[in-house]
Design a binder for this molecule. Structure first.
Ligand SMILES: [Zn+2]
Length: 139
């Protein structure tokens, strides 16, 4: 089965997965996903910035209802899942959590991975990004 990433503009590389955001050359603010102007100083001086692949779980919740489109449910139907904000040092990234409920806690060291999102019309498996426990214990 072939696979593809849900949105190439979110990734600096696929194997291993690495996210790309943007850094403001005016005030050094880092954002994810990328945007054209800085949310802090409004300058249109954003350049691509590959993000660290490991960080810490900053906050989390249960996604208890299906997100709005463009979200697509997997073939087996929608099921609740955990989402969190991950502190990557210079930026907080909202992501799915590939972590057992009993393991989820604020401050948990986590590492970027990819997980199944859905299969598209051509039978290609579409992957989205998520964070899993970092067995090496983080920074
Ligand atoms: Zn700025």
């Amino acid at each position: 089965m072939t696979t593809r990433l849900i949105d190439d503009t979110l990734f600096d590389s696929a194997h291993p997965p690495r996210l790309v955001g943007a850094r403001c050359s005016g005030c050094a603010t880092v954002v994810f996903p990328r945007q054209d102007s800085c949310p802090r100083c409004s300058q249109r001086a954003m350049s691509a910035q590959a993000l660290p692949v490991s960080g810490y779980l900053w906050s989390w919740t249960l996604q208890a209802f299906p997100p709005k489109p463009p979200y697509r449910a997997p073939a087996g139907g929608w099921e609740p899942y955990h989402v969190g904000y991950v502190d990557l040092g210079e930026v907080l990234v909202e992501a799915r959590l590939a972590i057992e409920r009993s393991q989820i806690r604020i401050g948990l060291p986590v590492r970027l991975t990819t997980i199944h999102a859905y299969d598209d019309e051509s039978g290609t498996e579409v992957l989205t990004f998520a964070f899993e426990p970092d067995q090496e214990g983080g920074r």
